[in-house]
Each structure stands twice: as C-alpha cells, then as structure tokens.
Design a protein around this ligand. Structure first.
Ligand code: CP
Length: 324
C-alpha cells in the first residue's frame, strides 16, 4: 500500500509493518521481541535447527553508510531462518547517476523482495522509505536519530546478564549528541525501567534530555561508583561539523574508560559499547577485553534479536506462540 502511513506501534501489543524506532514500541512489544530472541538463542545453544520461516523470501540490506556488525548480523539472521539476502552497494548503484533514495526504494520493492533494511546518513530516511513501499522497512540506523535493533540487542544483553532491567542504573558516557544508539537506548531503557544517567563533555550532552527523566552527571569517576551498566559511546567524529572537544587527549583524560577507571566501577557492573570501538580514545583495549565487558556478547546477541524481528515482521508470528 504505497503512500500509506505505518508506524510500528499501535499500542495494542502487536508489532506492525515496520520497525523504525524504539520510540514507537510499547514495553510489551519490546518484551515479546526479546522473548522470541531468547528462544532462538536457546535453540542455538542446544544445537537445535531454526525453523525456515523466511524460506523463499528475500531481504535487501540497503546500507548507504558504512557498517560491519549490523549489516552482517541482519544477513546472518535472514540466512538462519532460511531466507536470502541481497546487499545493496550504493557506490555501484544508480544513486551514482542521480537516482533518489525513494526511487531506489521503490525500484527494489518492485523487484519482488520481501523486506528492506535501511541505513542512511540522514535521520528519517527509513521512515520516508516505509511510507513509499508496502513491504516492511527496518531501520538499520538513521543519522543521529535511532538505531532500534542496537537498542533491542542491548536490552537483551542486560536482561540476560542481570536477570532483569527494572531499577538497574545505566551510565551512558560520551558523545550522546551525535549518537543514534544513545537515542534508541534512552527510549528503550526508560521503557524497560532502567534508571539512566549521562556523562560527557557538556558540548556533547543534550540538556533537554533531562525532561525525559534522565540524570546528567558532571564527574565520570564519581558516577561510576553507583552504576550497574557502563555504556560507552564512540566519539562520532564523522557526524561532528565543528570541534566539540579541544583534543582527543583531553577527552580521554576526562571521559576515557581506562583500566584505572574500571577499578571504580562495582565488580558486578557490566561494560557495554555498541561498536565500532576506537581503542585508546573512549575506551582502553584492556577494558574491552576485561571480564566485565559484554561487548562481543552484544554482537552475537544481535543475530538472535534480528531473527526475532524478522519473525514478527515476515515470519507470520502474531503472538508469542510456537513459531519457534
Ligand atoms: N553498532 C553498529 O551499528 O555497528 P556497525 O556500524 O558496524 O553496524
């Protein structure tokens, strides 16, 4: 139904045509996706086969911005469910001849594919795409706006490690201003009952976020002591149009998660990062590899979460029933 406006959540507990942002999902919808992801992870751990829910279906990864883990993870999720994926290469496409995003999206949909995953440098590109085509569109990250599947896999990882999310204190450190991951996580974490604190250079902290119920911290070292999950953000230099920090050295001095700083974090606390990591700037390599780090686990969980999303959007899962 091209042109029709569909957003993911009608608020009745069902996941609809598209997955565009965690802003649009209800807590119950998030929980149902994560329960499904849990079933897939358990099946994987027990060596059981996945159901071929996507057999005969093709998903196009329309990534017009670089990606490693998100693109490959979507691809693996589709393959695990018996479907096919096509990776769109913008640099060799008709976009180079001046074709617009919407013409590109309409063209791909006309080729008879079943879903699109869109990553774009501009906020709102997946939303515009979703209005143009009848097939499901999943936001693979749009500008500084949202990265909903990253948010979902992060909540999944926290739940898995802590048994719950309610009441846990999460500290996001770094470049919140330019981070779509931070935005999706704010929506998701608050809906799931986490207490969210932010710390970083004031030039990179949007103060209006306090209205959403988050706390702005001034001192990373002090904030670490009362934290259950330390979520480190990359300094998004590619999305910065002016110097937000005097130097990388100064940034690291005040906000780098160094081996020394890790000692201030409770030993039961987790360290998370969406990747890609820039070691020696926002986080030390030894912290990435520390026993408290869940960074590689996050990556692995992304496959199960994305399988669950395909189950809801393409696999015919209307409830939390036996689709797997
Ligand atoms: N976390 C994340 O979006 O990583 P990629 O850019 O590698 O996909």
């Amino acid at each position: 139904m091209p042109g029709k406006k569909y957003y993911s959540s009608p608020g009745d507990g069902s996941v609809k045509k598209d997955l565009l942002g965690l802003k649009y999902l209800q807590k119950e919808e998030i929980s149902r996706i994560l329960e499904k992801a849990r079933l897939y992870k358990t099946a994987y751990q027990e060596g059981r086969p996945f159901p071929p829910l996507l057999k005969g279906k093709t998903v196009v990864n329309l990534f017009l911005e670089p990606s490693t883990r998100t693109r490959i993870s979507f691809e693996k999720a589709v393959l695990n469910l018996g479907g096919d994926t096509i990776n769109f290469d913008g640099s060799s496409s008709s976009i180079q001849k001046g074709e617009t995003l919407l013409d590109t999206v309409r063209t791909i949909a006309s080729l008879g594919v079943e879903a699109l995953v869109v990553r774009h440098i501009l906020a709102g590109a997946p939303h515009l795409s979703a209005k143009e085509v009848a097939i499901p569109v999943i936001n693979g990250g749009d500008g500084r706006h949202e990265h909903p599947t990253q948010g979902l896999l992060d909540i999944f990882t926290i739940q898995e490690n802590k048994g719950t999310t309610a009441g846990l204190k999460v500290l996001l450190v770094g470049d919140v201003l330019h981070s779509r991951v931070a935005r999706s996580n704010l929506w998701g974490f608050l809906k799931m009952g986490l207490k969210v604190k932010l710390v970083g250079p004031f030039s990179l902290l949007p103060f209006h976020l306090e209205k959403m119920g988050v706390t702005l911290e001034k001192d990373l070292d002090r904030a670490l002591e009362d934290t259950d999950i330390l979520y480190v953000l990359r300094l998004q230099q590619e999305r910065q149009d002016k110097g937000y920090v005097p130097s990388l050295e100064e940034y690291r001095y005040f906000f780098g998660v160094t081996e020394e700083r890790l000692k201030k974090l409770p030993s039961s606390a987790l360290v998370m990062h969406p990747g890609p990591v820039v070691p020696g700037v926002e986080i030390d390599d030894s912290v990435v590899r520390s026993p408290q780090s869940r960074i590689q686990e996050q990556v692995g969980n992304g496959v199960f979460v994305r399988m669950a999303i395909f189950n809801f959007l393409l696999g015919g899962c209307k409830d939390n029933g036996p689709a797997h």
